[in-house]
Design a binder for this molecule. Structure first.
Ligand SMILES: *[C@@H]1O[C@H](CO)[C@@H](O)[C@H](O)[C@H]1NC(C)=O
Ligand SMILES: *[C@@H]1O[C@H](CO)[C@@H](O)[C@H](O)[C@H]1NC(C)=O
Ligand SMILES: *[C@@H]1O[C@H](CO)[C@@H](O)[C@H](O)[C@H]1NC(C)=O
Ligand SMILES: *[C@@H]1O[C@H](CO)[C@@H](O)[C@H](O)[C@H]1NC(C)=O
Ligand SMILES: *[C@@H]1O[C@H](CO)[C@@H](O)[C@H](O)[C@H]1NC(C)=O
Ligand SMILES: *[C@@H]1O[C@H](CO)[C@@H](O)[C@H](O)[C@H]1NC(C)=O
Ligand SMILES: *[C@@H]1O[C@H](CO)[C@@H](O)[C@H](O)[C@H]1NC(C)=O
Ligand SMILES: *[C@@H]1O[C@H](CO)[C@@H](O)[C@H](O)[C@H]1NC(C)=O
Ligand SMILES: *[C@@H]1O[C@H](CO)[C@@H](O)[C@H](O)[C@H]1NC(C)=O
Ligand SMILES: *[C@@H]1O[C@H](CO)[C@@H](O)[C@H](O)[C@H]1NC(C)=O
Ligand SMILES: [Zn+2]
Length: 311
């Protein structure tokens, strides 16, 4: 308790740091290295996230089948958008679910939020792939359906939470894709910590995840990437990035603030890399497809020959 009090006290003395919650990402007084003091059971645990994913050592696992996404096409699923002091978070209505994807049961998706650096030149994704950090990362957080959206219960289960990670890459052009233009148009309404506005029905999760082949992904068992760092998360990191134009990426680090108008812009909101974990990946369809295609061609040839024989 004394250590916790000390952390909060130190935080209070550091101008601009949003330490009401007792932790921060990159200021020396409250960064990742201090998290185990406020959350000793988990933040120094043995399956912490995020990690660097080594694409060549990810082991193929035939259990990692395709996902099914329920209500991801619904334009009324995104309910409110909020500045939560460490991220921008969108709450999802009931009925948004995922299943398949090698998960033990279906999961209710409750919210998504983002991680970023400082504009497109200082990348701030949480996961990195082969050492590459992307400008941003989107996390969709889903809780086992059997817990009926009670995340406290889900956090006690080693696979209670399924988190979907989407890396965001900078692309040329302006205000593209349109879904992200719409999403970022809400940022001026939530510049201060605690600000929240309702979203009008317009964009769906499918619209935001544009361009991603959702059958290609990495899988590992990890944790929440903020205190209390609970080791309850089945992570899925999709291989394809979402491509968002630079102007929209920069809106995040130049619009919302950690606290209020007199505090710094919210930048570098990502946790540093944690020790590696065993990563698996879906079985590539290329080898199966090649075999299938050869079989199909042979069958066609055989059929053609057979037809010739008959007529
Ligand atoms: C955290 O702060 C400590 C000093 O308190 C510093 O040594 C360390 O490099 C910092 N780590 C990160 C990840 O910023
Ligand atoms: C984490 O830290 C706590 C106390 O700070 C300690 O009791 C525990 O053994 C540590 N766990 C690991 C995995 O290092
Ligand atoms: C990735 O894994 C491969 C195979 O295990 C290894 O040879 C390579 O050094 C690893 N790369 C990195 C960046 O760790
Ligand atoms: C695949 O799933 C089966 C049945 O749940 C399990 O026994 C097996 O260990 C899994 N394979 C891998 C590679 O995890
Ligand atoms: C989800 O879909 C069901 C019908 O499949 C619909 O009744 C419900 O309103 C949808 N929920 C959201 C949040 O769009
Ligand atoms: C972010 O970048 C701007 C310039 O683009 C710079 O003025 C600011 O100090 C940077 N902030 C952080 C926290 O690095
Ligand atoms: C979640 O479940 C726990 C344990 O059953 C219970 O104490 C708590 O009130 C529940 N929370 C909500 C929001 O229902
Ligand atoms: C986003 O969608 C809402 C609801 O349809 C609309 O009012 C708003 O003008 C849109 N913003 C942009 C920038 O497209
Ligand atoms: C956002 O702020 C603008 C300007 O103050 C206002 O016109 C608009 O209605 C607000 N939008 C929402 C969704 O609250
Ligand atoms: C901003 O927040 C700080 C710290 O909570 C407070 O002291 C200050 O009065 C606030 N400023 C404004 C303009 O609200
Ligand atoms: Zn996250």
């Amino acid at each position: 308790m004394n250590q916790l009090a000390a952390v909060i006290a130190v935080c209070a003395l550091v101008p601009g740091v949003h330490c009401a919650i007792g932790w921060c990402y990159h200021q020396a007084s409250c960064n990742d290295s201090t998290w185990p003091i406020i959350a000793p059971i988990h933040c120094n645990g043995s399956r912490q996230s995020p990690i660097d994913i080594n694409s060549t050592s990810a082991e193929p696992d035939s259990n990692l089948t395709a996902f099914s996404f329920k209500n991801y096409s619904s334009t009324s699923a995104l309910k409110t958008i909020r500045n939560s002091a460490w991220t921008v978070k969108v709450t999802l209505g009931s009925g948004v679910q995922i299943s398949g994807g090698g998960l033990p049961e279906s999961y209710d998706c409750i919210q998504f939020h983002l991680h970023w650096g400082n504009g497109s030149s200082v990348p701030g994704s949480e996961h990195t792939v082969d050492g590459k950090r992307y400008p941003m990362e989107l996390h969709i957080v889903c809780s086992k359906s059997s817990y009926h959206r009670n995340t406290s219960l889900a956090l006690l289960d080693p696979t209670g939470i399924a988190a979907l990670g989407f890396l965001i890459e900078e692309t040329s052009g302006e205000a593209t894709p349109a879904s992200w233009h719409n999403l970022t148009s809400y940022l001026p309404n939530i510049t201060n910590s605690g600000d929240s506005v309702s979203m009008a029905p317009r964009i769906s999760l499918d619209d935001l995840l544009v361009g991603v082949d959702r059958t290609k992904y990495y899988r590992y068992l990890g944790s929440l990437t903020t205190p209390n760092c609970n080791e309850a998360v089945v992570w899925t990191v999709f291989k394809d990035p979402i491509k968002v134009s630079r102007d929209l990426i920069e809106r995040f680090s130049t619009t919302v603030r950690f606290v209020n108008n007199s505090s710094p812009f919210m930048t570098n909101v990502y946790r540093d890399l944690q020790p590696l974990q065993r990563v698996t990946t879906q079985v590539t369809s290329s080898s199966a497809c090649t075999e299938l295609c050869v079989c199909c061609s042979l069958a066609l040839v055989a059929l053609t020959l057979a037809a010739k024989d008959i007529y």
